[in-house]
Design a protein around this ligand. Sequence first.
Ligand code: 5RP
Length: 220
Amino acid sequence: MNQDQAKRAAAQAALKFLPEGEPIGVGTGSTVNFFIEALATVKNRIPGAVSSSEASSARLKAIGIPVLDLNSAGTLAVYVDGADEINKHLQMIKGGGGALTREKIVAAASRRFVCIADESKLVQVLGKFPLPVEVIPMARSYVARELVKLGGVPRLREGFLTDNGNPILDVAGLSILDPPKLEAEIGLIAGVVTVGLFARRPADLLLLGTASGVRELHAQ
Ligand code: 5RP
């Protein structure tokens, strides 16, 4: 099974965790794109979705699933999204696709977070994947200096602005031994919009596409 097949299998497996007749939260990325494809087959059960990006909204609309405003949708039963890295506590690095802020909001507003990923995403220690940090434009250099003090090597994501119009610093060189602590520390730097650590609100369930099928993993 190649990586795309593993992503597709994980995405397909998420269908059985969807509520009947209730809106859901939908994330962003290539694994989620497979999930949206799979949603097309059950769209009569899905009255609408809150999306974490303009890209996913366009895909949802294309298959006829109404895109809802989170302000009127209220608490969502389930949020389905991918990850760039995930550990055994189901804490994640996210934001490789740049949608981390809306992803964190929709995840926070959902009772259950189902992460879909291929097995390359499961790691012992988070941090090999550069940690995305969305910043207010005028704070970019200041935040970068603060991230250096924390031991990171920040690099501006060239030619990219988020759906919120902000730049992203991708921070290499971090070995993240205490993800909730670092999430709080970086989140408190003036000018940081969102840090792509999802540790204080980890996933509740990981559907991991592997060569021998989809494994269901709960936080250890
Ligand atoms: C986007 C994300 C994605 O969930 C993450 O980048 C995983 O993407 P993919 O499914 O393409 O590997 O956080 O901001």
